[in-house]
Design a protein around this ligand. Structure first.
Ligand SMILES: Nc1ncnc2c1ncn2[C@@H]1O[C@H](COP(=O)(O)OP(=O)(O)OP(=O)(O)O)[C@@H](O)[C@H]1O
Length: 266
């Protein structure tokens, strides 16, 4: 069964056309990396899949249902969304924030049940955030907060998990740890989309790569199909050599040539 079906998706912010006709179908549980240059539409795509933004044209179907026609509570049981950052006006502890992930399972004014506490604890242990449970989330480091947000989405127990740059604030140990956790979740049946900037880690951990340029999909396929010197040049304007990682057998990009002399607009 096709789980996510994106059809002719267009999205504009006023005059800015951020998505210009995106089409793809994904079935089964996989780890999908969304890569592309700055401003190419990755976050906008994720927000349209999550139902947070409504397409200007085209549609997003989740398990054959238009994501916008789903009740928000039903949507939240299926889709977990981890934005780049969130700001909380009030002093919420990490535990409170992760417990917010259980909202779709509780009726109004219903107190948390034992199963909610178990789900929160499991998500926090998995993301290595249990020892942060009593700390105010606004006082955590960027990397600690990022892991708490992932725990919140996991407590939601979604079938599809969307993450916007989930490893951008993490040190290398946690980058590997978070990507490994996401990979384990796909083995348990979850479909994961993650916007990533690290091409080599994406190549190592993702089953599929969706490469974006100027609001369109420049290439979609396995890392072997997508991570090529031609595609890297086309999307990032960078000369790279692509070799095989001798340990993982996945494509590995090496920037060996001297690039341009300064920043170019893009
Ligand atoms: N709220 C907004 N209002 C107006 N334009 C926006 C808004 N958000 C994004 N855009 C524009 O839409 C385009 C796509 O932005 P988007 O954030 O989806 O790109 P991205 O690929 O995620 O970029 P990055 O890698 O820099 O995070 C860009 O031209 C951006 O300037």
């Amino acid at each position: 069964m096709t789980i996510v079906n994106v059809e002719d998706l267009h999205y504009s912010y006023g005059d800015i056309q951020a998505l210009k006709g995106v089409n793809f179908k994904i079935d089964g549980s996989k780890m999908v990396g969304i890569l592309g240059s700055n401003g190419s539409g990755k976050t906008t795509l994720l927000k349209n899949i999550s139902g947070y933004l409504k397409p200007s044209r085209g549609n997003v179907f989740i398990m054959d249902k238009s994501v916008h026609k789903m009740r928000s509570k039903d949507r939240a049981r299926i889709i977990g969304y981890v934005p780049q950052d969130m700001y909380f006006d009030f002093e919420f502890t990490s535990y409170d924030v992760v417990m917010m992930g259980r909202t779709p399972y509780l009726s109004r004014f219903q107190r948390e049940r034992k199963e909610d506490a178990i789900s929160v604890r499991d998500a926090m242990i998995l993301t290595n955030t249990w020892d942060l449970k009593d700390r105010y989330v606004n006082e955590l480091s960027g990397g600690q907060r990022q892991r708490v947000y992932i725990a919140r989405a996991l407590a939601q127990e979604p079938e599809i998990l969307l993450l916007d740059e989930p490893i951008s604030h993490l040190d290398v140990k946690y980058q590997i740890e978070v990507l490994s956790i996401l990979k384990q979740l796909t083995a348990k049946g979850m479909l994961v989309f993650a916007v990533l900037h690290d091409i080599n880690l994406s190549s190592q951990f993702c089953d599929l790569i969706l490469l974006m340029k100027d609001g369109e999909i420049a290439s979609i396929g396995t890392p072997n199909e997508v991570i090529t010197a031609e595609n890297i040049k086309m999307v990032f304007s960078v000369d790279a050599d692509v070799i095989k990682n001798p340990i993982t057998d996945t494509p590995l990009i090496v920037i060996s040539k001297r690039q341009g002399d300064g920043l170019t607009s893009g």
